[in-house]
Design a protein around this ligand. Structure first.
Ligand code: NAD
Length: 316
């Protein structure tokens, strides 16, 4: 059986599939050619990440497709309902990237509180006078320890982020549609571990009491953080979004940064990908990354192995 890994697949997963007798094709086929390529090459399983769109039209045009696999969490680039109605297995890897996304949250948080994103942009500009000027204006950095991180959406990534925050000595508040109480076991490098019992609070409490807010909900029909919600945040709050672009109103965000209500934002996802708005890209208070939450060597290895194991189980 043939598998097309259209957005790439780590070697560990390729080896597992090949050992099980699958042929793995790593060609990246453009969206318009995808159905044609799948049919012409007798592909049974299509593996994608977030870049390839598997819509109704593509699914209808590929009667031989037996499985669609998403390396990652969000299924918003796949018409899951339609694929399943055609008897196609649809799988993803819900656990594999949580640690990597959570670490990226802290990349943005550390950038934000010490202005690293801004100094990277400005230091090369104007020699020693810029150095002195920036040194002065960045004197107001703050520590994360002791501050409150508010988490919106307390599933796998929200909880992984909370564990890192607790290990750093931060307080954690969370809100979630389905989760009320959670015991998080935070383990340290020396083998010791501590249990933290946390209880959900209303979104308003998260907004009003947090020093930083990090969003970890799935794609939504409408913004969950818009003008009204941003206005409820404390003066000087930093906000991080590594979930999906459409959950945070970018126009309201830029306003809140420009008028000084928010101190910084860290964004990995954008309302418009792969071409975010110029107002976002050029804003000195925004730490940017190009949707790389799951793009670590470790996460990609775990993703490839989880996908391969599921493909073998379902298609053999
Ligand atoms: P998850 O399903 O484990 O958790 C999501 C949580 O959000 C659930 O507990 C759910 O109850 C809660 N929720 C849903 N809507 C809510 C709302 N309106 N208000 C409050 N809570 C709400 O998912 P996860 O694995 O933690 O992933 C979270 C997000 O991260 C997803 O959007 C996913 O697409 C995104 N993600 C991004 C990257 C990246 O590269 N940046 C990588 C992986 C996942």
């Amino acid at each position: 059986m043939k598998i097309l890994a259209n957005d790439g697949l780590a070697n560990e997963g390729i080896s597992l599939l090949e050992k099980a007798g699958f042929e793995v094709n790593l060609t990246h086929v453009a969206q318009e050619q995808l159905a044609n390529f799948i049919n012409k090459n007798g592909i049974s399983g299509l593996l994608v990440r977030s870049a390839t769109e598997v819509d109704k039209k593509t699914i209808n045009a590929c009667p031989g497709l037996k499985l669609i696999g998403r390396g990652g969490v969000g299924m918003d680039n796949i018409d899951v309902k339609h694929a399943e109605s055609k008897g196609i297995h649809v799988i993803n890897t819900p656990e594999a990237s949580s640690e990597s996304v959570a670490e990226l949250v802290f990349g943005h948080l550390f950038n934000g509180v010490r202005f690293l994103h801004d100094s990277n942009r400005n230091m090369p500009l104007d020699g020693d006078s810029m150095f002195k000027q920036l040194k002065k204006s960045y004197a107001g950095g703050v520590e994360l320890r002791g501050k409150t991180l508010g988490i919106v959406g307390f599933g796998k990534i929200g909880q992984a982020t909370a564990k890192m925050a607790l290990a750093l000595g931060m307080k954690v508040l969370f809100t979630d549609h389905h989760t009320d109480k959670v015991t998080l076991n935070v383990s340290f490098y020396d083998g010791q571990s501590i249990n933290f019992n946390l209880e959900a609070v209303d979104l308003d409490v998260v907004l009003k009491q947090s020093d930083f807010v990090s969003i970890h909900v799935p794609a939504q029909e409408k913004y969950i953080i818009g003008k009204k919600e941003l206005a409820k945040m404390k003066h000087g709050t930093g906000i991080i979004n590594t979930s999906r672009g459409g959950v945070l109103d970018e126009v309201a965000l830029v306003d809140a940064l420009d008028n000084g209500h928010l101190s910084f934002a860290g964004l990995d996802v954008y309302e418009s990908e792969p071409k975010p708005e110029i107002k976002i890209l050029m804003n000195p208070k925004i730490s940017l990354s190009p949707h790389i939450g799951a793009s670590t060597v470790e996460a990609q290895q775990r993703i490839s192995v989880e996908l391969a194991q599921q493909v073998i189980k379902l298609l053999k």
